[in-house]
Design a binder for this molecule. Structure first.
Ligand code: CAA
Length: 304
């Protein structure tokens, strides 16, 4: 364990594709015990079966031994819905990976402040929401933002943005809120490195660097389809073969989740008031139809 990050136990809140991936790299690469919590037990079961599948594949490919896989799996403990966030009370750091919804994240960070140790780092895997707003929500109600307690509470909040699929993508984007302390930043950075990731740093602007660049690109591809500039397959093939992208933009949108893409684009548009970030009507309608992409079987493509 790195001396700098000092994370002896990690909490992960949310067992979707991001939370599960974060739990896996933390247990396997950083070798820390992980407490995984999701309010849906069905989601946790799905997440753990993905962890088992990925560990078995790493063993089959000779990347890790079966003992290493077993140790990593044993480091992940599920915190059931009865215990809830209280079940994470002794962790040194928690990474929140729930859906892109500001009020949900604000309420979760309020509960973290109430339940977790005052020195625990509170990280969010948000893709676009203001870390500064989330940090403000971590100050217990009735505590002044200028009091020592208020400052300390917000100073331990940080953005730790992983990419999907977490075990494969080599990057973590590190984002400092206005309130984040240097110590929090450095410990979060060194934890991401212990997970085997490269770290880039972005200011707390809507979408940070990654999604301020990626989302207009995806949105422009959807507008091309909407305007009939080219077919779905020709748009994706142009970017895959012409620019060596591993996935075309429409495929990538399905992979990220169309609901997530729309939520990020709305945050970018509302946060900048710049029309270049306005989500396309087609994306809005597809989300209205509950076509969320790969996660529920239908987006620009269909999945079994
Ligand atoms: N979880 C874990 N591993 C996965 C995976 C998943 N969901 N999907 C694929 N992989 C692994 C495969 O198991 C395989 O591993 P091995 O080399 O060990 O066999 C490896 O990825 C390659 O997979 P495939 O051979 O099946 O397929 P591929 O070559 O087409 O690669 C891909 C799949 C890695 C997803 C590749 O298409 C890719 O890199 N796509 C772009 C992904 C991307 O841009 N992600 C960032 C999205 S943005 C984001 O996450 C943040 C945000 O804020 C929105």
């Amino acid at each position: 364990m790195s001396i700098l990050h000092g994370i002896r136990t990690l909490g992960v809140l949310g067992a979707g594709q991001m939370g599960t991936g974060i739990a896996l790299v933390s247990a396997l690469r950083a070798k820390v015990p992980v407490l995984l919590h999701d309010r849906s037990s069905e989601q946790v079961t799905k997440g753990l079966s993905l962890v088992d599948k990925l560990l078995a594949k790493d063993v089959a490919k000779g990347r890790i031994t079966s003992d290493e896989a077993k140790d990593a799996r044993e480091r992940i403990t599920v915190v059931g819905s009865d215990a809830g966030i209280k079940g994470l009370r002794d962790v040194d750091m928690v990474i929140e990976a729930v859906s892109e919804n500001l009020s949900l994240k604000q309420s979760i960070f309020g509960s973290f402040a109430a339940e977790l140790r005052p020195d625990a780092i509170l990280a969010t895997n948000t893709s676009s929401i203001s870390i500064t707003k989330i940090a403000a929500a971590s100050i217990p109600s009735g505590v002044s933002i200028t009091s020592e307690e208020g400052k300390r509470s917000a100073a331990r909040v940080v953005g730790l943005h992983f990419f999907n699929p977490v075990p494969v993508m080599k990057l973590v984007e590190l984002i400092s809120a206005l309130q984040t302390s240097e110590d929090t930043l450095e410990r979060a950075r060194s934890f991401a490195i212990a997970c085997g990731k490269e770290v880039t740093v972005s200011k707390d602007v809507p979408g940070f660097v990654s999604n301020a660049l990626l989302m207009p690109f995806i949105n422009e591809a959807i507008m091309c389809l909407e305007k009939g500039t080219a077919t779905r397959d020709d748009i994706d093939t142009t970017l895959k073969l012409g620019m060596a992208h591993p996935m075309g933009p429409l495929q990538l949108a399905d992979f990220i989740g169309l609901d997530t893409c729309l939520a990020i684009q709305q945050t970018l548009y509302e946060g900048t008031r710049d029309s270049k970030y306005r989500p396309s009507i087609l994306l809005e309608r597809m989300v209205d139809a509950q076509w969320y992409g790969r996660k529920n079987g239908k987006g620009f493509y269909e999945y079994n």
